[in-house]
Ligand binder design. Sequence first.
Ligand code: ZN
Ligand code: FE
Length: 255
Amino acid sequence: MPLEIVTVPCLADNYAFLIHSSDTGKTALVDAPEAAAISAELARRGWSLSHILITHHHGDHIDGVETLRAASGARVVGAAADARRLPRLDLTVAEGDRFAFAGHEVQVFDVSGHTIGHIAYYIADANAVFTADSLMALGCGRLFEGSAEQMWASLSKLAVLPPETMVCSGHEYTAANAKFALTVEPGNAALIARAKSIAAARASGTPTVPSTLAEELATNPFLRAHLSEVKAAIGMQGAGDAECFAEIRARKDRF
Ligand code: ZN
Ligand code: FE
């Protein structure tokens, strides 16, 4: 049986994700913005957490960990590089590590930039990557700790995953991201179409996360900074890829 992924809206605009294996009864949670919404979803489905996978140290991704751990005895996984800022970890991981969840391989990517020590989890069997505040739907996380070069390197690792991969990111920021993306590439037909469907989804309260990597590659300006048409659109023909990414990120910060 394939793994089932459930998106759990938390707080004002966060997402957590449940990954459930019906074969084994195991359930992993990616990020714990709060305990209440996650506990309610688990109770509704009759699931109990076996693993909690943490992406980074910000409170809106870890504040629910201790309550959920106490209720379930789940094993908590997080970045070795960030262990000092995370809840107590039962398993510490780093770039390139692989571990098993319910018999499925989970691959770890260091995607520093938003924070140093931010990691993403890729589960090929689930066709999903859990990116939190690194690659986001039509966006990427703000650079609180890392450099533009680091974030560009992080996004470049994710960009080469299979295009059909579901990008399970951490926030519902997509409508605002679409407005900004259109200022970078006003003539991108795929972006124009996606912005319309995002507006419709949000008008009916439908989450825009997860997206697919194919959609992001076609429309997300932060993943497209290396393309000559994007460099031309921002007046930086001939500039380096990371330099163009930095310019787009700086424009978004001012937007
Ligand atoms: Zn964050
Ligand atoms: Fe966040």
